[in-house]
Design a protein around this ligand. Structure first.
Ligand SMILES: [Zn+2]
Length: 281
């Protein structure tokens, strides 16, 4: 599942092809992905100009000059390919059409954006731009990690006194938008907090630094994605997947990068938590 840094990398990779440009032709090759696609989607997109390409949580949002916003969600298996415009120093040729190329945007300027999704867990939708705050996928989201709304006071208030494990609280999208399993594990390692500890068991002076740590961990991952775009390691034009060096995530049994003790894995609410029992208390 792509997390916020991967989605942000995809957004940045799409910018040169999409932002400020007209969708000369939208090809919509099936009626649904995870959910039914919006009615008359091809006609509503063809000829529209993308004014801005933004991100909210793990969604990419393209504001159109017709007053609608196109929402793109990669889901588990969605892949975005960009061709015909420079990505880094490199222009990727248009790929041969593949099975599962469900949506293709032919952009002004010669760029092409292909959404390929074999398992169809991804989604696209259109909603009125002015109704963003009441749109069902966005209305319950808490503040963005890099926004001013996510202050130390805000987060500390949301976490202290709570009986749920800190891992569960940080995964709650209504508290912070966009944090997923991987980066919550990394944040808690960097904060030295045991993922099982309840919000109410953690001293305020250990909660306050979490905002800075969340931003640090996400910013490093976004930088890693940015350099993968610049080095055009994605030579086939596929955006968003790059190699990370995680501190604890996916490293069960391997030595902690700080103390050398083996990294442990437990399951919390059906998700794996990776942590070091020596470094995280
Ligand atoms: Zn350790």
């Amino acid at each position: 599942m792509p997390e916020l840094p991967e989605v942000e990398t995809v957004r940045r990779g799409l910018l040169p092809a999409m932002e400020g440009r007209i969708i000369e032709k939208a090809e919509v090759n099936r009626p649904d992905l995870r959910w039914p696609l919006p009615e008359n989607m091809a006609a509503r997109l063809t000829g529209a100009r993308v004014l801005r390409l933004r991100r909210r949580s793990k969604y990419i949002l393209a504001d159109l000059d017709r007053g609608e916003t196109l929402l793109i969600h990669l889901g588990m298996s969605g892949r975005m390919l960009v061709s015909g415009v420079a990505l880094g120093d490199f222009v990727i040729d248009h790929p041969t059409p593949q099975k599962h190329d469900h949506i293709v945007f032919h952009m002004e300027g010669g760029g092409r954006v292909t959404f390929n999704d074999a398992r169809r867990f991804g989604a696209m939708d259109l909603f009125p731009t002015e109704a963003e705050d009441s749109y069902w996928l966005l209305e319950k989201l808490g503040p963005e990690p890099f926004s001013n709304q996510l202050s130390e006071d805000y987060l500390t208030t949301k976490l202290r006194g709570r009986a749920s494990p800190i891992k569960t609280l940080l995964l709650d999208q209504a508290i912070v938008a966009g944090l997923g399993n991987i980066y919550v594990c990394e944040v808690l390692f960097r904060a030295g907090i045991d993922p099982r500890r309840q919000g109410r068991q953690i001293a305020e002076k250990r909660l306050r630094p979490l905002v800075a740590i969340i931003r640090e961990v996400l910013a490093e991952a976004i930088d890693a994605g940015g350099s993968s775009l610049r080095d055009h390691r994605q030579a086939d034009g596929e955006l968003g997947y790059f190699q990370h060096r995680f501190k604890v995530y996916g490293r069960e049994g391997q030595p902690c990068r700080s103390c050398g003790q083996p990294v442990l894995r437990i399951v919390q609410s059906g998700r794996s938590s990776f942590y070091c029992a020596h470094c995280q208390r």
